[in-house]
Design a protein around this ligand. Structure first.
Ligand code: TPP
Ligand code: DXP
Ligand code: MG
Length: 633
């Protein structure tokens, strides 16, 4: 299925330059065709619908005013770049969006020369665009460089590091702030209200009332001054526009302008072309624009699965009744929090994605959404822990990479009881290389004082959360995107024996030492192989990456000469490496053969999670093959 041929203008676009020759009327028609194409494909493939629908006119105005063959565009996060992809040579492949080996869901330099910078993690666009701009200047070129960044992505400190240097260098750079007042959920933080359209905050009302009172007290001219002040209120507001913030960074601020008004935007961008130095254009858009279900629920349609285009109703009936790890995490934390009022929950702009929605409703005073600020989230949690609280910080594995120093320095060095809850540990699927939680076992296990666990299923996740709470120190628990093997969830969680593994099968021909999401497929592979070959194969659920379950690992080496370690993490530096270190240091390697089965030393692409796991050999079939090869060596 390619993009429907009814889109006549879109079908005629051979290159983005063609957009420059279109009239405003044609652009308006093209905007409609782009929306239809995006809705059509995303309803089948899933994806970031609302963000992309919100910037259709903005994308057209940018391509009308600038030329991606000379100028450079950096989209922040890039989840909103579907219209850009359709207009820059990927229309005919767009139906493969987010499919295995298909079009990526984010700009990707290896996919197109028009994707000037690879993105996926937020708030990098200004820094990258500035680097590109400085490269241009060193080469004495004169093209324009633009970063398009959302108001949510402007909550991350990295954005200000870019603004700060850009203002200091005073180089030609255009930052387009796409302000739709939304992150994934409603945007949070002081900046968000400062950027908001009405400066009618309580502070402003109080300030006006006090000012009026004081002016009236001035003899003879007081009343006139009040009248004058009222009349100049508009310019007063004009003084305190968001521009103030960006002008402090020495940006020339233009806006706010209507991000759905093609004429207004093309006029402003034409003006911007002639400006020197750093310029920020503040554009107001509506997330989900042009598709009522998405306009009504931009959070749900931020990143959506398959749906019926006519109604917006979700198409994918969950294949099993079991709630995903994410839901079990949220429910268990709420359960624990009912018994322990020191528990607080922290998210970095992803309450829904991390399953903390229910917790937030039940414990509003103990729930904190810090915005897209993963570094701050961890150190904020550390501060809370010094006051005797038990913070649970829920951040996707890939995004927690941002907080490495804060985990080391602010949490573990001080041995504070912060629990890091890493959802999306392992391969996540369609979001691809920028979003896989591929490295957390490797980047966490060497940090002193930190315990690291991974559950084999949802009930064990419940117990690991209880185990973390019972432990008076830093703990990380990582679990995969989606649903586990479907074991019944327990009414209450109980702490596990510390640093111990769990024997699931014993066997002398080989032992599979598996961690987390790979335990169940390992059990499945071993059962089939033992049935087919009569081999005696053991399975050990390691449970702990740190402290290592040394007793069980050494027992495995006593049981069999062949040990296969299976993990959904980079093999380098992960669970397998830890087992090797343990055996070597306990002089238990003599005659023992160890094989590590984990993620390759390469970035894994995008596609269905199941297909990716098969591709890297981490599903039951892959584990079975690795075992057969091992046994036949
Ligand atoms: C470092 C990082 N943390 C979290 C995310 C998840 N995420 C993707 S888009 C998004 C919200 C972005 O809001 P905004 O920049 O306003 O873009 P909009 O979706 O509103 O167009 C978040 C939190 C991310 N991509 N990168
Ligand atoms: C663009 C982005 O980074 C998020 O929207 C991410 O795609 C969410 O991932 P999940 O769909 O796994 O919650
Ligand atoms: Mg936004």
């Amino acid at each position: 299925m390619t993009v429907s041929s009814s889109s006549s203008i879109l079908q005629a676009i051979q290159s983005p330059q063609d957009v420059q020759g279109l009239s405003l009327t044609e652009l308006t028609t093209l905007a409609e065709e782009l929306r239809q194409a995006i809705i059509e494909v995303v309803s089948t493939n899933g994806g970031h619908l609302a963000p992309s629908l919100g910037v259709v006119e903005l994308t057209l105005a940018l391509l009308k005013s600038f030329n991606p063959d000379q100028d450079r565009f950096v989209w922040d996060v890039g989840h909103q770049a579907y219209a850009y992809k359709l207009l820059t040579g990927r229309r005919d492949q767009f139906h493969t969006l987010r499919c295995l080996h298909g079009v990526s869901g984010f700009p990707n330099r290896s996919e197109s020369p028009y994707d000037h910078f690879g993105v996926g993690h937020s708030s990098t666009s200004i820094s990258a665009a500035l680097g590109i701009a400085v490269g241009r200047d060193l080469a004495q070129q004169s093209n324009k460089v633009l970063a398009v960044i959302g108001d949510g992505s402007m909550t991350a400190g990295l954005a200000y590091e870019g603004l700060n240097q850009a203002g200091g260098l005073d180089r030609d750079l255009v930052v387009v702030l796409n302000d739709n007042e939304m992150s994934i959920s409603k945007n949070v933080g002081a900046l968000s209200s400062f950027l908001s359209r009405q400066l009618s905050s309580r502070w402003l009302v109080r300030f006006k009332r006090e000012l009026e009172g004081r002016l009236r007290q001035i003899p003879r001219i007081g009343e006139d001054l009040v009248t004058y002040a009222k009349r100049s209120e508009e310019s007063f507001k004009g003084l305190f526009t968001p521009g103030m913030l960006f002008e402090a960074f020495k940006f020339n601020y233009l806006g706010p302008i209507d991000g759905h008004d093609l004429r207004q935007m093309t006029d402003v961008f034409k003006q911007v072309r002639s400006l020197d130095g750093p310029v920020l254009v503040h554009v107001l858009t509506q997330k989900g624009r042009g598709y009522t279900p998405a306009e009504d629920n931009p959070t749900y349609f931020h990143g959506v699965g398959c749906f019926e285009p006519e109604t917006g109703k979700s198409k994918k009936i969950s294949s099993c009744s079991l709630p995903p790890y994410t839901k079990v995490f949220g429910r268990t934390l709420s359960q624990l929090a009912r018994q322990n009022d020191r528990i607080v929950a922290i998210t970095a702009a992803m309450p829904e994605g991390t399953g903390l929605g229910e917790f937030a409703e039940e414990f509003p005073d103990r729930f904190f959404d810090v915005g897209i600020c993963e570094q701050h989230a961890v150190t904020f949690a550390a501060g809370l822990a010094t006051e005797g609280y038990r913070p649970f910080v829920a951040i996707y594995s890939t995004f927690l990479q941002r907080s490495y120093d804060q985990i080391v320095h602010d949490v573990c060095l001080q041995n504070l009881p912060v629990t890091l809850c890493l959802d999306r540990g392992g391969l996540v699927g369609e979001d691809g290389a920028t979003h896989h939680g591929a490295f957390d076992l490797s980047f966490l296990r060497h940090i002193p004082n930190l315990a690291v666990m991974a559950p084999k299923d949802e009930p064990e996740l419940q117990d690991m959360l209880a185990t973390a709470l019972a432990h008076n120190g830093p703990v990380a628990v990582r679990y995969p995107r989606g649903v586990g093997p479907g074991h019944a969830i327990k009414d209450s969680a109980t702490a596990l024996p510390w640093a111990r593994g769990e024997w699931l099968r014993s066997g002398s021909d080989a032992v599979v030492l598996a961690i987390g999401s790979r335990v169940e497929p390992a059990l499945e592979a071993v059962a089939q192989l033992a049935e087919a070959t009569g081999k005696e194969i053991g399975v050990l659920n390691l449970r702990f990456v740190k402290p290592l379950p040394v007793e069980e690992i050494l027992e495995a080496a006593r049981q069999s000469r062949r040990l296969l370690v299976v993990e959904e993490n980079a093999a380098i530096g992960g669970m397998g490496s830890a087992v090797l270190e343990c055996l070597a240091e306990n002089d238990a390697l003599d005659g023992i053969r160890v094989r590590r089965l984990g993620l390759p030393d390469a970035f894994v692409g995008h596609g269905p999670q199941k297909a990716l796991r098969a591709e890297v050999g981490l599903d039951a079939a892959g584990i079975s093959k690795a075992l057969r090869d091992f046994l036949s060596e």
